[in-house]
Ligand binder design. Structure first.
Ligand code: CO
Length: 150
């Protein structure tokens, strides 16, 4: 399916290809898995620790996109402040792109403030970088570079 916007760009050539995942900050990963896996019935793909971000992360499948449950491993985690200020809830939205460095340059030139100028490896083992929520109407956006087709 293709849609045409007013600039004439087709969805097939759009730089942002799809929603990769929705990140949800939770206090207790096991309790969140009871809800999302056992009660809601989403398929649990894996749980992994990302110690450099202070996170334990679980991925569940929701159609083409994933749900990323993020729980703190320690007080220095990337979501400690978010949980303290706002409680559990939607933390970020991740878009898949083909060329993350190219997209970071493009959106910055278009006026979006970057949180990370350089991509780093995310929980999926793929390059990720965040865009500032103040530039994105209150939503922390993550870009993730899709693996190149072999
Ligand atoms: Co994410």
């Amino acid at each position: 399916m293709q849609s045409i916007d007013q600039s004439g760009t087709s969805a097939a050539s759009a730089p942002i290809q799809k929603i990769a995942h929705l990140g949800i900050a939770v206090r207790d990963l096991e309790a969140a898995l009871v809800t999302y896996r056992d009660r809601l019935g989403l398929r649990h793909l894996e749980t992994k620790d990302v110690p450099e971000r202070g996170l334990r992360v679980a991925f569940l499948e929701a159609g083409e996109a994933l749900i990323e449950l993020l729980a703190p491993l320690n007080e220095q985690s990337e979501i400690t402040r978010f949980l303290a200020d706002r409680g559990e809830g939607i933390h970020h939205l991740c878009f898949e792109v083909a060329d993350i460095r190219g997209e970071l340059g493009r959106v910055e030139a278009a006026g979006i403030r970057l949180v990370n100028r350089e991509p780093s490896l995310g929980a999926e083992g793929l390059p990720v970088a965040f865009l500032h929520p103040k530039s994105c109407h209150g939503v922390l956006l993550e870009l993730l570079e899709a693996p190149k087709p072999a």
